[in-house]
Design a protein around this ligand. Structure first.
Ligand SMILES: Cc1cc2nc3c(=O)[nH]c(=O)nc-3n(C[C@H](O)[C@H](O)[C@H](O)COP(=O)(O)OP(=O)(O)OC[C@H]3O[C@@H](n4cnc5c(N)ncnc54)[C@H](O)[C@@H]3O)c2cc1C
Ligand code: SF4
Length: 508
């Protein structure tokens, strides 16, 4: 018996079941840097650097523990091709791994094991509360798959923010109404900085390599301060619960120029690389809640993101793949405007959200959903183009979490499969939630003609086109009621203006 233990770049957990009981006589651990994976989409330099640096730090840790590791740097092959040659050369009989997050890779590894007649031991990923099997059982024959009901079940199952009888803490499941306020008119004030890390020797070498090998990729490495080890990830968590959590909820959706992180946790990349387990994040938040007597609304709002959304989108991804990647409910076909890759647009909101994305590889949820996502939907861009952009450009982007958020939530590409309505907004929303419009050459309240805000114009155009759909949904009916207040003549002018915008998206 000879066993090969595969550790993928987003499985950096020293307590992984795949690493239990390693016997150097028969076991070999393998980690693979695949250039092919980095180029699979045209990834942000910071995303490539984060993966490489975190992998190399993890590999150092394995070596220090004396574990038998083969670390393949810069393989031009795919992970599966590299594995195939290692398995054949080393005459391995067993392949041990954790279930990959990405559907395609899971299938490829299963295919390889059966092709080479290997015993495959694929452990469940312990970094989620809900297994695929349990998610499927919850779905059963439900007609409507909605986060809210799944989230309540998760709260009850895991005894989080519920009393002994399973009733929600504070008498309600959801405190959204208390959250989501804009920043004060004068701005966000002083926000305690998140923990950021000067690159060490390993990171410096990675940054230099990425700059050289991927010089034509988007994004900057100048601001690379992301956590690349478990110790650093724990520091980010501690800094968040100590200094930033208290005000997280209330300003969760607020946006402001030169405020790339707001009160957000910046934990997504560490959670997705498995440097942190969601259980320890939720436990830390619950401890801080009691210790500092924090508002329940902020604590519940944060826990919903992790125990609710993160688990829900992962469940939906595995349930609906590969169809999810092909979904295009509205049949949109436009090409993604080139300025999504450069930030060079006259629209201040898009310039800000994309600009910070190129600097840091980060934008918070509302920037992703209601700025870049909203615009891509209103501009009728082909979902595949938009999904490729999100997968490439965010440091925390891995397909299981990126695709359902982009295709399903932001673009409504899966229809109402797991969201209750399309998330669309006009410039009025962006004006209310940010200061972006103050420096914009467009005016958020002008619907067509000179100075018309493209977001506002395309919003009304979208409503006119899909009026019947929006009227038939109680959650969007009010939007069409507002549309009825716009005269027929003005509605025609909106459509004429929109036609021009949709034709010239690239020059906006
Ligand atoms: C179009 C679009 C694409 C997205 N792509 C990704 C992605 O590729 N990777 C990713 O991790 N998140 C993605 N998200 C979800 C969310 O925007 C990010 O998780 C969040 O902005 C990360 O920043 P943070 O850690 O500061 O999060 P916080 O706002 O502090 O939230 C805390 C944690 O909750 C989890 N979380 C919050 N919202 C979601 C959500 N909708 N789905 C899943 N987990 C969530 C994350 O783990 C996050 O770290 C996307 C959202 C949208 C609308
Ligand atoms: S006016 Fe319109 S385009 Fe300009 S920042 Fe506001 S919403 Fe964006």
């Amino acid at each position: 018996m000879k066993r090969l233990v595969l550790i993928l770049g987003d499985q950096l957990d020293i307590d992984s079941p795949a690493l239990k009981n390693i016997d150097s006589k028969i076991d070999q651990i393998i980690m693979i840097e695949s250039a092919n994976e980095a180029q699979h989409v045209w990834s942000h330099k910071a995303k490539i650097a984060l993966f490489l640096s975190a992998m190399r730090h993890f590999a150092e840790g394995l070596k220090q523990l004396g574990l038998p590791l083969v670390y393949v740097q810069h393989s031009p092959k795919t992970i599966t091709e590299e594995l195939r040659s290692k398995i054949i050369d080393g005459k391995f009989t067993h392949l041990i791994c954790i279930e990959p997050g990405e559907w395609r890779l899971k299938g490829a590894i299963e295919g390889l094991a059966s092709e080479l007649n290997l015993v495959l031991v694929m452990h469940e990923d312990a970094h989620f509360y809900c297994s695929h099997l349990k998610f499927k059982a919850w779905v059963a024959n439900k007609k409507e798959l909605r986060l809210e009901y799944f989230y309540r079940l998760m709260r009850k199952t895991h005894g989080i923010l519920v009393d002994q009888d399973g009733n929600p803490e504070g008498g309600q499941w959801n405190f959204d109404r208390d959250n989501r306020k804009p920043f004060p008119k004068k701005g966000p004030g002083l926000i305690p900085a998140p923990a950021l890390f000067e690159p060490d020797e390993i990171s410096k070498a990675v940054l230099a390599e990425v700059e050289e090998r991927y010089s034509d990729h988007p994004g900057s490495l100048l601001h690379f301060r992301w956590p690349v080890t478990r110790a650093q990830a724990l520091e980010v968590l501690e800094g968040f619960v100590e200094h930033r959590l208290a005000t997280f909820g209330i300003h969760e959706d607020a946006m402001w120029t030169d405020t790339p992180f707001g009160w957000h946790s910046l934990l997504s990349s560490s959670l997705n690389l498995k440097l942190l387990n969601p259980r320890e994040v939720i436990d830390a938040v619950l401890v801080a809640w009691k210790k500092y007597d924090l508002e329940l609304a902020t604590v519940e709002g944060f826990i919903r993101q992790i125990l609710g959304w993160r688990e829900f989108v992962r469940g939906m991804y595995y349930l609906d793949m590969p169809q999810m990647a092909l979904d295009n409910f509205y049949g949109h076909q436009n090409v993604l405007p080139a300025w999504y890759w450069t930030g060079k647009t006259k629209m201040s909101c898009m310039r800000e959200a994309i600009g910070q994305t190129l600097q840091y590889g980060y934008a918070h949820h509302i920037q992703r959903l209601m700025v870049t996502g909203n615009f891509a939907l209103l501009a009728e861009v082909l979902p595949k183009e938009v999904c490729d952009w999100y997968l490439a450009i965010y440091i925390d982007a891995i397909e299981w979490v990126e695709l359902p958020n982009t295709a399903g939530m932001a673009l409504f590409a899966s229809g109402g499969r797991f969201t209750s309505k399309p998330y669309i907004a006009s410039g009025a929303y962006i004006k209310r939630m940010s200061n972006y419009c103050d420096t914009c050459q467009y005016k958020p309240d002008i619907r067509f003609g000179e100075g018309a805000c493209p977001v506002t114009n395309l919003y009304w155009n979208f409503l006119i086109k899909h009026r019947t759909q929006f009227e038939s949904n109680p959650r969007t009916r009010l939007m069409t009621a507002n549309l009825s207040r716009i005269s027929e003549v003005d509605q025609q002018s909106i459509q004429v203006h929109a036609k021009g915008l949709l034709r010239d998206l690239h020059s906006l």
